[in-house]
Design a protein around this ligand. Structure first.
Ligand SMILES: Cc1cc2nc3c(=O)[nH]c(=O)nc-3n(C[C@H](O)[C@H](O)[C@H](O)COP(=O)(O)OP(=O)(O)OC[C@H]3O[C@@H](n4cnc5c(N)ncnc54)[C@H](O)[C@@H]3O)c2cc1C
Length: 423
C-alpha cells in the first residue's frame, strides 16, 4: 500500500544524488523531488574527510554540498537517517526504513560504496578506524588527539592523504602496504615512487611490499590497539590505526531489486546512465556505465568529479533529454599542503609512459599510452596540460614518434600534438 507518490525519488544521500536534485530543479523539473539518505548529515563532500575537515581546519558546515536552507528553498525534500530497504521496479515503489512505501515515476540509485573491512586477528580492538564519513573523521580526530604513532594500512589515496594530514597534525605516520610504491596501482611505479618520496621527505615512514598480519593490544586489557604485526615480521607501535583498503560499490539494494550488475561490480547502465529498468538511473561510485568517449567500454570510478557530473547527466535524462555521459573522468588527490595530483583518464592498462617536465623539480605530467594512443594523464603542478589530455583522450589519435616526443618535450607546444599537428 503506497503511503505517498513522488515524481523523482533519489536514493542515497551523497554527492551524486545531491547534484542530480540540483540539476532537476535547475532544468525546470516540476513535481516532488525526494532524496533519501542513510547518514545523519545532509549531502556533503567526502574528500574533506581526509583533508581539511580531518585536520580540524574546516567547520562541520564547510564540507556540505549546500547550506541547510537551500534544500527547502529548492523545494527538495531531504530525508536523512533513512534507508531505502526495498525496491519493487514493476510496481515502482520503494520501502523506507521508516516503514513508509513511496511510489515513484523516475528514480536514481546512488548508494555509493562501502569500505572494505579487514577481518584479521585483533580487528575488534579499539582505535582501529575506517574512513568514509564525517563521523569517521570525527572519530579519527578524537582518537589521535593523544596519539604519537599512527599506522596506516594501505598505500593508496586514503592511506597517503591521511598520512599527510596526520603528519601536519604533529603525529608520526607509518604506512604499511602491499605495493612496492605508494599509489603505484593506478599510476605505475615511477610516479608512485615520486609520491612516496614526497611523503617520506615530510617524515612519513613507508613499509612497502608488506602486509598486515594482525593487530595486538598492549596486554593491559584496555581493549586498545597497541601494535601492528606484518607478514614481513615488523612489529609497529600504534596508538591508532587507519585502514584504507579500498571500497566496494554498494549494490545490495539494486541487486535485490533485480538490476543488472556489471563486471566491474557496479550497476550496469547505458551511456545515458539508465539501468536495466526503464526510468531508473544510477550515478556515482556504484554506477558502471557505457562510456562513449572510451568506445563504449564499461567504466566505473570512485571519484568526486565523476559522481558530480553523473548527477547532472542522470538529471537531464530523467527529464527526457537523452544525452550521453561524455565528460572525461577527472580526479584529484591532495597530500596536505605538500601538493596535489590531478588525473584524467582512466587508463586501466597502458604500455608506454611519457614524462613531461621533471620529477626532481616536482612539476610534471605523466602521459599513459596504449598502442600509441593517449589513455590518461597525471599531473603534479601542470594543471594546464590536462585540457590537452582530455582532447587527446577523446580524439584517440594514434601518435607517431614525433608526437610522442613532443608530449615529453617542455619546449614543444602541446596544442601541436594530435590531429592537425604532430601525429
Ligand atoms: C575520505 C575520502 C576522501 C576522498 N577524497 C577524494 C578526492 O580527493 N578526490 C576524488 O576525486 N574523490 C575522493 N573521494 C571519493 C568521492 O568522495 C566519492 O567518489 C564520492 O563521494 C561518491 O559519491 P556517491 O554519491 O556516488 O556516493 P557516496 O558519497 O558514498 O554517497 C552514497 C550515500 O548513499 C547512502 N546509502 C547507501 N545505501 C542506501 C540506502 N539503501 N538508502 C539510503 N541511503 C543509502 C550512503 O550511506 C551514502 O551516504 C574521497 C572519498 C573518501 C571517503
Amino acid at each position: 500500500m503506497r503511503d505517498r507518490e513522488v515524481d523523482y525519488l533519489l536514493i542515497g544521500g551523497g554527492l551524486a544524488s545531491a547534484n542530480c536534485a540540483r540539476w532537476l530543479r535547475q532544468e525546470g523539473a516540476e513535481g516532488d523531488v525526494l532524496l533519501v539518505g542513510r547518514e545523519p548529515d545532509p549531502p556533503y563532500n567526502r574528500p574533506d574527510c581526509s583533508k581539511g575537515y580531518l585536520r580540524g581546519a574546516e567547520s562541520r558546515e564547510e564540507p556540505l554540498f549546500r547550506p541547510d536552507e537551500w534544500w527547502s528553498e529548492q523545494d527538495i525534500e531531504l530525508l536523512t537517517r533513512t534507508s531505502v530497504t526495498g525496491l519493487d521496479l514493476d510496481a515502482r515503489t520503494a520501502k523506507l526504513s521508516s516503514k513508509q512505501e513511496v511510489g515513484f515515476d523516475k528514480a536514481l540509485i546512488a548508494t555509493g560504496a562501502n569500505v572494505r573491512r579487514l577481518n584479521v586477528e585483533g580487528c575488534e580492538l579499539e582505535q582501529i578506524h575506517y574512513l568514509r564519513t564525517l563521523g569517521n573523521a570525527d572519530a579519527i580526530r578524537d582518537g589521535v588527539a593523544d596519539a604519537e604513532q599512527v599506522v596506516l594500512i594501505g598505500g593508496s589515496y586514503i592511506g597517503c592523504e591521511v598520512a599527510a594530514s596526520l603528519t601536519l597534525m604533529g603525529k608520526r605516520a607509518t604506512i604499511v602496504m602491499q605495493e612496492q610504491a605508494t599509489l603505484e596501482r593506478g599510476f605505475g611505479p615511477r610516479v608512485g615512487r615520486f609520491f612516496q618520496e614526497l611523503l617520506e621527505s615530510h617524515g612519513v615512514t613507508v613499509h612497502a611490499g608488506d602486509e598486515l598480519e594482525r593487530f595486538e593490544g598492549d596486554g593491559s586489557g584496555s581493549g586498545q590497539v597497541a601494535k601492528v604485526i606484518t607478514r614481513g615480521g615488523l612489529e609497529l607501535a600504534a596508538d591508532a590505526v587507519v585502514v584504507g583498503a579500498g571500497v566496494t560499490p554498494d549494490v545490495q539494494l539494486a541487486q535485490r531489486a533485480g538490476l543488472q550488475i556489471g563486471e566491474r561490480g557496479g550497476v550496469l547502465c547505458d551511456s545515458r546512465l539508465q539501468t536495466s529498468a526503464p526510468g531508473v538511473f544510477a550515478a556515482g561510485d556504484m554506477c558502471e556505465y557505457e562510456s562513449v568517449i572510451h568506445d563504449g567500454a564499461r567504466v566505473r570510478l570512485e571519484h568526486w568529479d565523476v559522481a558530480f557530473n553523473h548527477g547532472k547527466t542522470a538529471a537531464l535524462n530523467m527529464l527526457g533529454r537523452d544525452v550521453p555521459h561524455e565528460t572525461v573522468p577527472y580526479f584529484y588527490s591532495v597530500l596536505g599542503d605538500w601538493g596535489e595530483l590531478e588525473y584524467v583518464g582512466p587508463a586501466y592498462e597502458w604500455d608506454e609512459e611519457v614524462l613531461r617536465g621533471s620529477l626532481d623539480d616536482g612539476s610534471f605530467t605523466n602521459w599513459y599510452l596504449q598502442d600509441g594512443t593517449v589513455k590518461a594523464a597525471l599531473t603534479f603542478g601542470r594543471s594546464d596540460d590536462l585540457d590537452h589530455g582530455r582532447r587527446l583522450i577523446v580524439g584517440k589519435a594514434v601518435l607517431g614518434e614525433a608526437a610522442r616526443a613532443a608530449l615529453g618535450d617542455l619546449g614543444a607546444d602541446l596544442a601541436t600534438v594530435g590531429p592537425g599537428g604532430h601525429s
